[in-house]
Design a protein around this ligand. Structure first.
Ligand code: NAI
Length: 304
């Protein structure tokens, strides 16, 4: 059995069993991508029932694709047959590629990677979908930190083409080419990103949120006005508040806090009270029904 992550490592070949940990928006999307690319996939979440709900959401998404003529019934059935919710982390022990998409905090990620290292084969690759946390730090507590790599997808993972590949200081460089090839096999456009706070995309995007939050908190423009301006005049796919609501205000705030801390509290990245208060109130965005905007069916109907 190989212990090196050479380009011939079986860990990153299509068909390798994939374990995804965290069945939220990103974990579900990554699990779907992997199953669509032909991998058997185990999806685990610490919250009972979350993996099953994610698999049901994937089923709905695939049913939509069948309805639009993008997928046949047989293809949908084949993708779903490759996807299984895991009752315990140990169900992932035979996976050659593990992708972590849990909460955006260092300590739980480090603890999970320690558990994974004890569970999986030596050649298995441990990828983290973190948006902002140092890959070196995620791998810090491991005996073999070389097997850890940043593999950062964007939301929604099934549709966004870009994926950042981020080596930590101890990441085995031999992992990078196979991971790039696998990303392409999954239909993605991989880019190499440095292991700096927020990598590339989240670093560049911080001012988009921060300045919009500043303008709104100074009472200079409403969320709706700023969103409409950036979408209709700025050419952005989503305005800043719509985008934060899509990402999840809890996730977006965690990324801001992580970048703020990692840049020695550079004031440009200081969290906004407007967002902090929303997170405290459970107004997390689309996933909770309310964020900067109101997505509850009655509000959507009233606005129509
Ligand atoms: P989410 O909050 O929707 O889902 C996270 C899931 O992980 C939850 O179901 C939770 O129960 C589970 N979880 C938490 N701790 C766990 C643990 N120790 N073991 C197993 N399951 C655990 O979060 P989301 O949006 O899916 O983000 C997940 C990760 O992906 C974060 O690191 C985030 O920064 C990153 N990310 C998020 C993006 C976004 O737009 N939301 C985009 C790209 C990356």
């Amino acid at each position: 059995m190989p212990t090196e992550h050479s380009p011939d490592s079986p860990a990153l070949h299509p068909g390798t069993p994939v374990g995804v940990i965290g069945a939220g928006a990103m974990g579900a999307g990554i699990a779907q991508l992997a199953a669509q690319a032909g991998h058997p996939v185990w999806l685990f979440d610490m919250q009972a029932g979350a993996a099953e709900r994610a698999v049901a959401r994937i089923g709905d998404d695939l049913a939509g694709a069948v309805h639009r003529g993008k997928l046949t019934d047989a293809e949908r059935d084949a993708v779903l047959a490759r996807l299984a919710p895991a009752a315990a982390l140990s169900d992932l022990s035979a996976c050659g590629l593990l992708v972590e998409a849990i909460v955006e905090r260092l300590e739980p990620k480090q603890a999970l990677f320690k558990d994974l290292e004890a569970l999986v084969a030596p050649h298995a690759v441990l990828a983290t979908n973190t948006s902002s946390i140092s890959i070196t730090a995620v791998a810090q507590a491991l005996q073999h930190p070389g097997r850890v790599v940043g593999w950062h997808f964007f939301n929604p993972a099934t549709r966004m083409k870009l994926v950042e590949i981020i080596p930590g200081l101890r990441t085995n460089p031999a992992l990078l080419a196979p991971l790039r090839a696998l990303s392409k096999a999954w239909g993605k456009v991989p880019v190499a990103a440095p292991n700096a706070p927020g990598f590339i995309v989240n670093r560049v995007a911080r001012p988009y949120y921060a300045e919009a939050l500043r303008l709104a908190s100074e009472g200079l423009a409403s969320f709706a006005t700023l969103d409409r301006l950036m979408r209709e005049a700025g050419g952005f796919a989503l305005g800043p508040f719509e985008l934060m609501d899509l990402i999840g205000n809890d996730v977006n705030l965690a990324v801001t806090e992580s970048v703020f801390q990692a840049t020695a509290f550079d004031s440009r990245y200081a969290p906004s009270l407007l967002q902090q208060e929303r997170v405290r109130a459970g107004l997390l965005g689309r996933k909770s029904g309310q964020g900067f905007h109101d997505y509850r069916p009655e509000a959507v109907a009233a606005a129509a």
